[in-house]
Design a protein around this ligand. Structure first.
Ligand code: GLN
Length: 241
C-alpha cells in the first residue's frame, strides 16, 4: 500500500512540474518572434535566436543544461506560475501589469512598437491616424494592449506573422508589432512598410516566478557578465543585422 501511495505521489509531482530535472533550466518561449526566437536548424525543429543564446549562457553559468519549451505567448506566464517552466525568454516587455505576477531580470534590450501598413496606403502617418482603424496584433502582447487604446476593432493572432498576413490580405489597416521582429518580417514582405511613431520605449526582461529571488540574482549576474565581457554586443551583432 505504501508503495502505491509513493508511486501515486511521484506521479502527482510529475503532473505539476513534469519531467523537470534538477540539472536543467527550463525556459519557456514563443518561437514566432525572430530574431529573438524562431524555429530553425537543419530540420527546422530547433528553437533558435538571441533570447535562446542568452538563456543558454545563463544555464551554463548556473551549471545547468537548457531545455526550451515552445508555447503560445499568452500561455507563458501561466506556465511559469504553475512551475512548468523556470523562466520566460520571449522578448517580453517589462510592464507594471506583468510585474504584479512575475519578477523580471534587469532589462537586456530596448524596443518600441512600430506601425506596419501596406506600402501603397498613405492614410496612416501619425499616432492620431490609428484612431478607430482595424488593427491586427499578437495575442497578449504590449501591442495588443496598446491597440485597444486606439480602436475597438482589434484582432489578435498567436503570431505576428499571422497578423501580417491579415494586413497583406487587406482585412485590417495596420499591425502594431515590436520593432526588431517587424524589421525582420518586412525584409521579406515587399508589399508592407513600417513606421516609427512616437511610442514609448519598451524594455525586454527575462521573467521568473515571483519570490524566486535566488534565480533572479543569478540571472542578473549572468546578464551583467555578458554585458561586461562583450557577449551581449556579439549576440546583438549576430542577430540584429
Ligand atoms: N514585447 C512584446 C510583449 O512583451 C511582444 C513579445 C512577443 O511577442 N514575443 O508583449
Amino acid at each position: 500500500m505504501k508503495k502505491i501511495i509513493t508511486v501515486l505521489s511521484l506521479a502527482l509531482v510529475c503532473l505539476s512540474g513534469c519531467g523537470k530535472q534538477a540539472n536543467e533550466l527550463v525556459v519557456g518561449t514563443n518561437a514566432t518572434f525572430p530574431p529573438f526566437e524562431y524555429m530553425g536548424g537543419t530540420g527546422g525543429d530547433e528553437v533558435k535566436g538571441f533570447d535562446i543564446d542568452i538563456a543558454r549562457q545563463i544555464a551554463k553559468d548556473a551549471g545547468k543544461t537548457l531545455r526550451v519549451e515552445n508555447m503560445n505567448f499568452d500561455a507563458l506566464i501561466v506556465a511559469l506560475n504553475s512551475g512548468k517552466i523556470d523562466m520566460i525568454a520571449a522578448g517580453m516587455t517589462i510592464t507594471p501589469e506583468r510585474e504584479k505576477t512575475v519578477s523580471f531580470s534587469t532589462p537586456y534590450y530596448e524596443a518600441t512598437q512600430v506601425v506596419i501598413t501596406r506600402k501603397d496606403d498613405n492614410r496612416i502617418t501619425q499616432i492620431s491616424d490609428l484612431k478607430d482603424k482595424k488593427i491586427a496584433v499578437q495575442l497578449g502582447t504590449t501591442g495588443d494592449v496598446m491597440a485597444k487604446d486606439f480602436s475597438q476593432q482589434v484582432v489578435a493572432f498567436n503570431s505576428g506573422f499571422e497578423a501580417l498576413m491579415e494586413l497583406k490580405n487587406g482585412r485590417v489597416d495596420l499591425v502594431l508589432f515590436d520593432s526588431a521582429p517587424a524589421a525582420h518580417h518586412l525584409a521579406k514582405n515587399r508589399q508592407l512598410k513600417m513606421q516609427q511613431m512616437d511610442f514609448k520605449p519598451e524594455y525586454y526582461g527575462l521573467a521568473m516566478a515571483k519570490g524566486n529571488d535566488a534565480l533572479v540574482r543569478q540571472v542578473d549576474a549572468s546578464l551583467a557578465k555578458m554585458q561586461a565581457d562583450g557577449q551581449l554586443d556579439t549576440l546583438l551583432d549576430k542577430y540584429m543585422k
